[in-house]
Design a protein around this ligand. Structure first.
Ligand code: F6P
Length: 325
């Protein structure tokens, strides 16, 4: 196995609060163990175009509390091609980078998986996404902060929903996963969550209305997981048409969900996982994502981490249903 002297680190895909804490943890543990660290800017595009700077311990000072990513992020189209990955490999050789640390979500770790297989480059992934949709890890970096942001917003929406006795459809992010929607609904006391994982119920809106809305409250809040075809607008229009007696409004929370200072939980998670990178490499781990399961740091092979069927605890669906009477 080739000796590793220098590691490159990048953030890729949608940013998430806590990415900076992870960059800091990787950089400082690496330096303390005698490795050289290079920061790669703008995700895989920066690797292709050689936008790279050597990091010192000071490069990551005062960032643990900051949202976003000091390395910037991108969804690189070029890296999706073998030619793009070839160029990225050439940059790694030119820069003397022996191993790559990728902080990102599903698409970013898929890129790392392909790159590692084609060029035999040691890659370690860290789960950086607000969506919490990476398989094999209980939590992803940024999820807790976003969940708290959503709950804060929904609490505010509840005030006005109550005053006007309205039904609100609040659309939240999550891409193809309903973790943010389901858990923010539980934490904010919303009456329902419409999520992709709830395939048992063909029409989740009928289910919600059929249960009898506004029984114990004078407003209703339905959290809707984003979807190109049937987001919050879709359901609001349906209610307006099918149940004109209700006063309906929509609130799409959008990108404010991705910003803000990470919660303590996210900072600690990012730090634990980031600090595990060097141990993983020294331990001979290759092409794995470092995750957390039952509060233990674990390694998940890329091929598993990028599976699209991370299970949702179905009990959560039942609990929300029972509490919304
Ligand atoms: O994957 C993170 C995420 O915020 C998703 O929840 C959302 O669907 C997507 O990224 C939005 O991406 P963009 O910032 O490119 O619009």
């Amino acid at each position: 196995m080739r000796r590793i002297n220098c590691i490159g680190i990048l953030t890729s895909g949608g940013d998430s609060p806590g990415m900076n804490a992870a960059i800091r943890a990787v950089t400082r543990t690496a330096i303390s163990k005698g490795f050289k660290v290079k920061g790669i800017y703008r995700g895989y595009d920066g690797l292709i175009n050689d936008e790279i700077k050597e990091f010192t311990s000071e490069s990551v000072s005062n960032i643990v509390a900051r949202g976003g990513t000091i390395l910037k992020s991108a969804r690189s189209k070029e890296f999706m091609t073998p030619e793009g990955r070839e160029k990225a490999y050439a940059t790694m050789q030119k820069e003397g980078i022996d191993a790559l640390v990728v902080i990102g979500g599903n698409g970013s770790l898929t890129g790392a998986h392909n790159f590692a297989r084609e060029h035999n480059v040691p890659c370690i992934g860290l789960p950086g996404t607000i969506d919490n949709d990476l398989y094999g890890t209980d939590l992803t970096i940024g999820y807790d902060t976003t969940l708290n942001t959503i709950v804060e917003c929904v609490d505010k929406i509840r005030d006005t929903a109550n005053s006007h006795e309205r039904i609100f459809f609040v659309e939240v992010m999550g891409r193809d996963a309903g973790f943010l929607a389901q858990n923010s609904a539980i934490a904010s006391g919303a009456e329902a969550a419409i999520i992709p994982e709830d395939s048992t119920d063909a029409d989740q809106l009928e289910h919600f209305i059929g249960r009898g809305i506004r029984k114990s409250k004078n407003s209703s809040i339905v959290i809707v997981s984003e979807s190109p075809k049937c987001g919050a607008m879709f359901y609001a229009e349906r209610v307006k048409k099918e149940y004109p007696q209700y006063d309906v409004r929509v609130s799409i929370l959008g990108h404010l969900q991705r910003g803000g200072s990470p919660t303590a939980r996210d900072r600690i998670l990012a730090t634990r996982l980031g600090a595990g990178v060097i141990d993983a490499l020294m331990d001979g781990q290759r092409n794995v994502m470092i995750g957390i399961r039952n509060d233990e740091v674990i390694y998940v092979p890329f091929a598993d981490a990028i599976r699209s069927d991370k299970p949702m605890n179905k009990n959560l669906i039942k609990v929300l249903d029972q509490l919304s009477i």
